[in-house]
Design a protein around this ligand. Sequence first.
Ligand code: ATP
Ligand code: MG
Length: 265
Amino acid sequence: MRLDIKNLTMAFQSRGKICVVFENISFSIGDGRFVILLGPSGCGKTTLLSIIAGFQKAVNGTVELDGIPVTKPGPDRAFVFQDYALFPWMTVGQNILYPMKQQRISRSEQTERLNQLLALAHLEGFENHYPDQISGGMKQRTAFIRALACSPRVLLMDEPLGAVDYQMRQMLQEELEAIWLKDRKTVIMVTHDIEEAVYLGDRVIVMSGGNGGIIEDMRVRLDRPRDRRGHRYLEYKNHLTRVLKTALQGEEPGTEPGRGFLAAL
Ligand SMILES: Nc1ncnc2c1ncn2[C@@H]1O[C@H](COP(=O)(O)OP(=O)(O)OP(=O)(O)O)[C@@H](O)[C@H]1O
Ligand SMILES: [Mg+2]
């Protein structure tokens, strides 16, 4: 699914003051692209994802999916929330089955798909546990596979691996990539992890704090699966580190770092 974001502006009113989160953001994502959203805390990443999901309305501008404006949530878009948002009264298994039941998938297919997804996230044997009986990382893995359960065309993920430990995180990045390569959904994923951004992204968009908008839009031109120790891989990581430092300082970046950097490759 193609995604076009045009002149998007978002602001909140708090205690009589208007606080602009971002202004006039525009970018397009081609069908089947894996896009990473990076930026300092509070720059509006979650807000942007939730507007694309249709949970919030922008003050100005439009989001279009295959040319059709988004006005409300729909089954074509799945959202993995930053705080998991699992239903606490349902077990792991019931949480994952929930979107499949909504879509009236046959019972035998539900069971087959549930087992596949549990295996994928190494959660076999935990299907009868409730969310407060499992770790933060396990909750995130449950939330992630629940989003895959209804086969969405666009996957919006807000730090889906943020609470997963380092080694499990790398494994899950590789599994996430393998799943994505099978049917190449359009993905927008927020992360704070530069390693994750370069490993997974076809493209990394960096937003700046202080309403600075998009300060970098970098294509990662590396074959998959990526060699985490490769020379160019490390160059991409170093470049993003510099851009993020600039974003955190709230200053203007140097002259078009993306282009200069890519020209040098
Ligand atoms: N419902 C709301 N009412 C008022 N202000 C809000 C609301 N939602 C978000 N904001 C403000 O908008 C800004 C962006 O918030 P958002 O959650 O999108 O940031 P973020 O980039 O996802 O940060 P983090 O990396 O910490 O998750 C923040 O300053 C936040 O306080
Ligand atoms: Mg957020």
